[in-house]
Design a protein around this ligand. Structure first.
Ligand code: UD1
Ligand code: UDP
Length: 354
């Protein structure tokens, strides 16, 4: 059987890896390397438990550092495991520092890199994620694209070999877990929320948290929107405290701890509107048919905007308030993110690569 070393470390990567690891079981021998980029139980353990992801073979426990320090520590730790365990392929997801470290460690050892969520581009190199995406794609052998747009982005950078349009593994995860979430989550009841009568908001993008003007404008706008529930990313909690905005935010909306995937799906499914700067949450809003207002100037998930279900407003106070009050989706949604079987396709392609 093919030996695959999977590198994950941040919340969205646990969610993406869950259906792929399930599909790989039986056709591949998988070594799971958790970098420790996310480490709070609510940012890590809860996803392994709820989504039945195997316990990582290794946890590097790297934790929070500056961009270069964090990526460098990961690179060292991953390289030493790859040298001792000698996998056939290294599998990475998305666009975090864990993705880049896994890809770089593998490529330097001449190991083939498989990248799930290849070809995404925001065309904004001020985002650390954009750097991670471009570099990872350029050292990858197997590039699994969620959409045709992603494959076209790769083609325009002359990457044509090893490209597969598989569909999006987050659509697989959602299809698998949304019915369970609808049945079992008690989050709405525990928060006293009425379905269709609240706005769900998430914020964690560096461009919003690390710019006090942006953060203040968002908090002020959310106060005007008025019915907002926000599971608070630890980065954003820290930024609000440092900017002296935490009390204002706590009065303007219902701030809660980060939630597990099932509670998050339940909160998304029942929201009247989603406000977010998250990549994954924009996509989930589209898949669940909830209108989305994105607190960014650009998005790599352009189909959600082109189809009329997502609007980009940046961190502009008036634009946020106006979109929250009046944005209505315009057209039908399509199956642009696949049929819920992306993970099976990825597993069957990788299973052949011994
Ligand atoms: C990272 C990814 C981002 C992704 C996000 C998903 C990079 C460059 N960024 O951003 O692409 O969208 O994860 O959520 O890889 N912290 C804790 N506890 C934790 C984790 C983080 O308190 O378990 C705090 C620390 O103060 C840390 C800060 O959050 O400094 C940021 O964490 P980090 O992993 O560096 O970046 P994210 O903003 O989470
Ligand atoms: N998510 C979650 N709990 C939360 C916030 C988000 O389970 O409190 C899930 C969300 O449903 C999506 C993923 O985390 O599946 C998105 O991750 P995040 O927003 O952290 O990162 P991004 O997608 O922007 O990289």
């Amino acid at each position: 059987m093919v030996r695959i070393a999977t590198v994950i470390g941040a919340r969205p990567q646990f969610i993406k890896a869950a259906p792929v690891s399930r599909a790989l079981a039986g056709v591949a021998d998988e070594i799971l390397i958790h970098t420790g980029q996310h480490y709070d139980p609510g940012m890590s353990d809860v996803f392994f438990e709820e989504m039945h992801i195997p316990v990582p073979t290794y946890n590097l426990g790297i934790g929070s550092w500056t961009q270069g320090h964090q990526t460098g520590e990961m690179l060292k730790g991953i390289e030493s495991i790859l040298l001792s365990d000698e996998p056939d392929i290294v599998l990475v997801y998305g666009d975090t520092n864990s993705t880049l470290a896994g890809a770089l460690a593998a490529a330097k050892l001449h190991l083939p890199v498989a990248h799930v969520e290849a070809g995404l581009r925001s065309f904004d190199k001020s985002m650390p994620e954009e750097i991670n995406r471009i570099l990872t794609d350029h050292v990858s052998t197997h590039l699994f694209c969620p959409t045709k747009t992603a494959a076209a982005n790769l083609a325009s950078e002359t990457i044509m070999q090893g490209v597969h349009v598989t569909g999006d593994v987050m659509a697989d995860a959602l299809a698998m877990h949304a019915p369970v979430a609808a049945r079992s989550s008690e989050k709405l009841a525990s928060l006293g929320l009425v379905p269709g009568a609240y706005t769900l908001c998430t914020v964690h993008r560096q461009s919003n948290t690390d710019d006090q003007k942006h953060l203040a404008a968002i908090v002020s706008a959310l106060g005007d929107v008025g019915d907002v529930v926000m599971p608070l990313h630890p980065r954003t909690r820290r930024a609000l405290v440092q900017a002296g905005l935490y009390e204002q935010a706590a009065q303007a909306m219902t701030l809660i701890e980060p939630v597990g995937y099932l509670d998050m799906l339940a909160l998304e499914q029942n929201a009247r509107l989603i406000l977010t700067d998250s990549g994954g949450v924009q996509k989930e809003a589209y898949l669940l048919g909830v209108p989305c207002v994105t607190l960014r100037e650009n998005t790599e998930w352009t189909e959600t905007v082109d189809d009329g279900w997502n609007v980009l407003v940046g961190a502009d106070r008036d634009a946020i308030c106006s979109a929250a009050a009046s944005f209505r989706p315009k057209g039908p949604r399509s199956d642009v993110f696949g049929d819920g079987k992306a993970s099976e396709r990825i597993a069957s392609i990788l299973a052949d690569k011994v």
